[in-house]
Design a protein around this ligand. Structure first.
Ligand code: FES
Length: 170
């Protein structure tokens, strides 16, 4: 059974619909399905995550089956299928970053934010998770922060605390 937030009706703003139309116009006639990934990014940017209703609306907009949207959205980790904090902190948990302290930083993040991986802080500001290699293996530990996907290298506890403080002040 769907949770309450997954049953919320979804309305796309005029700006979002305009953006979607512009994205569809990039593709040849009859190939509008190719617009699915960028449209999902835009929908997520506006709504914060992709609920079942949001994905159904995308399917309706592109005139494709809902399952085609679910398959894509559930495959790529950059799409969120449940509510996230305003800022998503993603720490690389692959071998080279773990050798220089990524796991300790994830423990520190859990203690500092007071939520486990994948959860949202009570103020709605933060979520965090470990992710696979962020392609800066010589500069670990590495962190990226969504929604802008800002990149931070050579991280330590103090830098992480400073970053969180800066985000709280925004
Ligand atoms: S192992 Fe962390 S960026 Fe590649």
């Amino acid at each position: 059974m769907l949770k309450v937030e997954e049953q919320q009706p979804v309305a796309f703003s005029a700006a979002l619909l305009e953006k979607c139309a512009e994205i569809v116009s990039r593709y040849p006639e009859g190939k509008h399905k190719s617009a699915l990934l960028p449209i999902l990014h835009e929908v997520q940017a506006e709504l914060g995550w992709l609920s079942a209703n949001a994905m159904d609306k995308v399917a309706e907009y592109l005139n494709i089956q809902p399952i085609e949207v679910y398959e894509v959205a559930s495959f790529y980790t950059m799409y969120f299928l449940k509510p996230q904090g305003k800022y998503m902190l993603e720490i690389c948990r692959t071998g080279p970053c773990c050798l220089v302290g990524a796991e300790k930083l994830m423990d520190h993040l859990e203690q500092t934010l007071g939520v486990k991986e994948g959860e949202v802080t009570p103020d709605g500001l933060f979520s965090w998770r470990g992710v696979e290699c962020l392609a800066a293996c010589g500069y670990g530990p590495v962190l990226q922060i969504g929604p802008e996907y800002t990149f931070y290298e050579n991280l330590d506890k103090q830098k992480l605390d400073d970053l969180i403080q800066d985000l709280r002040k925004k």
